[in-house]
Design a protein around this ligand. Structure first.
Ligand code: G4P
Length: 284
């Protein structure tokens, strides 16, 4: 899903999430491990106040493992239960399960003191578009699930689904919105492909990527496109186009096609596992 959001969408989604929160014990927040800062909306703190919380760093297969470990540590130091995940893998649900228990430990103890034992945890998965919410829901629900029907108070259309491990899951994820006012956020979301490319200048975006990679991962550019030293950026883009054989009629590099290809290589992991944000840089 590409991001094309308007204020109306946000108001509607906040209202829906507020409505749903009253029924939820556990909020499972998902972010993209390549950009945990830009794919997270701090408003969740207010929305999910008083709930059991868990944070999933998803798409770790595309992120630098050592940077993901730093993010995990940074979030854990704030008392958040964190899971590193590739939600498309078959073991995703079994990896989430023990973490849910951990995230709900205090609540379970409170319940126990009040004589409540074995009550299913009611959970909602939330995050900005494209971080992997539906993928994780599908993985947790599996084939054995059964829909338990609508419950009053929930926005019409929402269903509760019984998972096989004592968690009742809302089948509609909570949609958060990115921090559009922050320029870095927009750029990073665009780089990972979460903003519709039709409304972006792909050449500019590819140049931005080349700049970032030449600083932090020169080996990725050298290995794939034999570029070292970026010159003014355009020069590097031209060189890459020539090396890839992406030439226009006059024999010069086709910069648009080259830009698309470089972005695609990055987004699909063909340039290696690369994170765009570190906790230190983003002060997150
Ligand atoms: P959303 O509900 O939060 O909007 O996200 P969704 O699950 O639809 O996932 C968005 C895209 O990200 C999907 O790819 C999905 O397969 C992919 N994805 C989800 N989790 C992971 C992960 O851990 N690693 C990687 N590499 N990709 C992940 P798509 O191309 O849009 O759809 P599809 O072709 O896979 O169906």
């Amino acid at each position: 899903m590409n991001l094309q959001w308007y204020p109306g969408h946000m108001t509607k989604s906040v209202r829906a999430m507020k409505e749903q929160m009253g029924l939820i014990d556990l909020v499972i927040e998902i972010v993209d491990a390549r950009i945990p800062y830009s794919s997270r909306n701090p408003d969740i703190e207010e929305l999910a106040k008083g709930k059991c919380r868990m944070l999933v760093l998803n798409k770790t297969d595309l992120a630098d493992p050592s940077v993901t470990a730093l993010w995990k540590k940074a979030f854990e130091s704030r008392g958040i239960t964190v899971l590193e995940l590739d939600a498309r893998k078959s073991d995703a649900a079994s990896r989430v399960r023990p973490l849910i228990r951990e995230a709900c430990r205090e609540k379970t103890l409170r319940d126990k003191k009040r004589g409540i034992v074995g009550r299913p945890v009611k959970a909602m998965i939330c995050g900005i578009p494209n971080v992997g919410k539906s993928t994780l829901i599908n993985s947790m629900v599996g084939k054995t699930s059964a829909k338990t029907g609508n419950k009053p108070g929930v926005t019409r259309g929402n269903q509760w689904i019984q998972t096989s491990f004592g968690v009742t899951l809302l089948d509609t994820p909570g949609i958060l919105w990115p921090k559009f006012e922050d320029q870095t956020v927009g750029r990073h979301l665009a780089l990972i492909g979460s903003i519709n490319d039709d409304i972006l200048d792909e050449k500019e975006l590819a140049l931005e990527l080349i700049r970032i990679l030449s600083e932090a991962h020169p080996e990725a550019l050298a290995g794939k496109y034999e570029i070292s030293g970026t010159g003014d950026g355009y020069e590097a883009l031209e060189l890459a186009g020539t090396r890839l054989g992406m030439l226009g009629k006059g024999g010069e590099a086709d910069l648009s096609r080259t830009a698309k290809r470089i972005l695609d290589d990055f987004r699909s992991g063909r340039l290696g596992r690369i994170s765009l944000e570190t906790p230190e840089k983003e002060k997150a």
